[in-house]
Design a protein around this ligand. Structure first.
Ligand code: ADP
Ligand code: PRP
Ligand code: MG
Length: 212
C-alpha cells in the first residue's frame, strides 16, 4: 500500500483559490471543506489527506514533518523564514503585494520611524536593508488603523485592490514583495519521501500550468 501523504491547506482567502486548483489537479475532498467543521479530510486518492489550518501555522506543520506538503502565502513564508523549507511550486493564486503605506501625503519624519505590522521579521529585514532605523510595533490585524490613531508613521501590510487603504485615507508607498501562494515542503521530506511527494507536485504543477 502507498504511504499516506498529507497536504496542509491555509484556511481563509487562500483556501478559496486552492480548492479549484486541487480540483483541476484531480484531487477532490471526500466532503465539502468549506461547509465542514472538520480539520482532516479524505480525498478521492486513497493515500492523500488534506488538513485545513490557520495560514500562519502551515509552515510549522510542514517544517516538523507533521504534513508532507503545504499551501502558504509567500508573505507567511517570508515571515516564518526557515532554511528547512523549500517552495517546489509557485501556485500563482491569492496574488497581492506586500507594501509599506502611510496617510495620504504624510511626510515621513527624519530619524526613527514607527512601523506597525504583523510582519515583524519581514519589516525588520526590509528597513535594515534600506538603512532606516525603525521601531516595529506588532499588531495582529487592521493595520490601517495604526497611522490614523497616531500609533505609527508607516504600516507594512498586504495590498490587493487598494480599497482598504483608500477607504482609510492611506496610500501605498513602497513595494516590499509581490505575493502569491506557494506549495511548500521540507527539504528533509523532499529527500526522504521523494518518491511519494514528487508525483503530487507534478500533478499540482500541471494544474497550475492549465490555470494560467
Ligand atoms: P488571515 O486571517 O491570516 O489574514 P486571510 O484569509 O486574510 O487570513 O488570508 C491571508 C493570506 O491570503 C495572506 O497571507 C496572503 O498570502 C493572502 N492575502 C491576504 N490578503 C489578501 C488580499 N486582499 N488579496 C489577496 N490575497 C490576500
Ligand atoms: C487584507 C490586508 C488588507 C486588505 C487588502 O486584510 O491585510 O487589509 O486585505 O486588500 P485590498 O487592497 O483589496 O483592500 P483582511 O481582509 O484579510 O483582514 P485581516 O486584517 O483580518 O487579515
Ligand atoms: Mg487577512
Amino acid at each position: 500500500m502507498t504511504q499516506p501523504l498529507t497536504i496542509a491547506l491555509s484556511k481563509g482567502r487562500i483556501l478559496d483559490d486552492t480548492l479549484p486548483l486541487l480540483a483541476e489537479a484531480g484531487i477532490h475532498p471526500a466532503e465539502d471543506i468549506q461547509k465542514s467543521r472538520k480539520l482532516i479530510f479524505d480525498t478521492n486518492h486513497e493515500h492523500i489527506k488534506l488538513v485545513v489550518i490557520r495560514a500562519t501555522d502551515v509552515p510549522t506543520y510542514v517544517e516538523y514533518g507533521a504534513a508532507d506538503l503545504g499551501v502558504s502565502g509567500k508573505d507567511v513564508l517570508m515571515e516564518y523564514n526557515s532554511d528547512n523549507l523549500c517552495e517546489p511550486l509557485d501556485l500563482n493564486i491569492a496574488t497581492c503585494r506586500l507594501m509599506t503605506a502611510a496617510i495620504k501625503g504624510y511626510a515621513l519624519p527624519e530619524g526613527r520611524l514607527r512601523v506597525a505590522t504583523k510582519f515583524v521579521n519581514v519589516a525588520k529585514r526590509y528597513f535594515a536593508e534600506q538603512g532606516r532605523q525603525v521601531d516595529i510595533i506588532k499588531l495582529y490585524g487592521g493595520m490601517e488603523l495604526a497611522p490614523i490613531m497616531g500609533l505609527a508613521d508607516l504600516i507594512v501590510d498586504i495590498v490587493d485592490t487598494g480599497n482598504t487603504l483608500k477607504a482609510n485615507g492611506l496610500e501605498a508607498r513602497d513595494l516590499i514583495a509581490p505575493i502569491s501562494s506557494r506549495l511548500v515542503a521540507s527539504r528533509a521530506a523532499m529527500k526522504v519521501k521523494h518518491a511519494q511527494i514528487q508525483p503530487i507536485i507534478d500533478l499540482i504543477g500541471a494544474a497550475v500550468e492549465r490555470q494560467q
